[in-house]
Design a protein around this ligand. Structure first.
Ligand SMILES: [Zn+2]
Length: 67
């Protein structure tokens, strides 16, 4: 799993997002990357899956739990 960091252009807070690809027959289309703080669509990318965004502290906790 690849985590990317991005700054929301609306609230200026940093968050991470990762790509979810294990979807059967999902078509390539423009997928939104939504800010977890203010729900602003911070970015969009053409992708054959979807993006899950996380607040920075939340994602850090999850990474530690997974080892
Ligand atoms: Zn935001």
């Amino acid at each position: 799993m690849k985590l990317e960091k991005i700054v929301c252009p609306h609230c200026q807070q940093r968050f991470t997002y990762y790509e979810v690809t294990n979807i059967v027959e999902h078509t390539r289309q423009l997928q939104p990357i939504e800010c977890p703080y203010c729900r602003f669509i911070a970015s969009k990318k053409i992708y054959n899956g979807y993006f899950v965004s996380q607040k920075l502290e939340d994602s850090d906790k999850k990474i530690k739990l997974k080892g």
